[in-house]
Design a protein around this ligand. Structure first.
Ligand SMILES: Nc1c(C(=O)O)ncn1[C@@H]1O[C@H](COP(=O)(O)O)[C@@H](O)[C@H]1O
Length: 155
């Protein structure tokens, strides 16, 4: 199984992105974490993208403020990119949400909700994408849903 790349714009994004990493661990999906910024380390983002297809099946890109990271990565690879908007600025993540979701036609970034729930959903969506190829992940997704259902019904 190739890995998921979890890329974030700054180390300061890590506390929120922990819920993404925790969920990937729960599904037993291998991943790498990278701190890279389209604004601050553009050359490193480009070299990461140039090699990404050898190692990764899905890329998760999380960033706050003007979150160009996911869009730039999506522009440089044909792997599916999931963008996680983060509440890091006085605009509380709306800035990040709009800059991730409003990609022009042809270069999509699959966008999840702002913050911790989005970080978790990015991991689940990555697993769903990988489950197309790895049937054991589909079984794990079914058990995950069952567990969730049980928790709701048991209160
Ligand atoms: N949006 C981006 C990008 C980018 O899009 O390339 N690089 C860093 N950032 C974001 O800037 C915020 C503040 O970063 P610092 O805390 O390092 O100042 C972080 O949420 C990061 O994701």
């Amino acid at each position: 199984m190739k890995k998921v790349a979890v890329v974030m714009g700054s180390r300061s994004d890590m506390p929120v992105m922990e819920s993404c990493l925790k969920t990937l661990r729960e599904f037993g999906v291998p991943f790498d974490v990278k701190v890279l910024s389209a604004h601050r380390t553009i050359d490193e983002v480009i070299s990461f993208c140039e090699k990404a297809e050898e190692e990764y099946e899905v890329i998760i890109a999380a960033a706050g403020y003007a979150a160009h990271l996911g869009g730039v990565i999506a522009a440089k690879t044909t792997l599916p990119v999931i963008g996680v908007p983060l509440d890091a600025s006085p605009l509380k993540g709306i800035d990040s949400l709009l800059s991730i979701v409003q990609m022009p036609g042809g270069i999509p970034v699959a966008t999840v909700t702002i913050g911790k729930a989005g970080a978790k959903n990015a991991a689940v969506l990555a697993v769903e994408i990988m489950a197309i190829k790895y049937p054991e992940l589909r079984e794990k997704l079914k058990s995950y849903r069952e567990e969730m259902k049980k928790k709701v019904l048991e209160g």
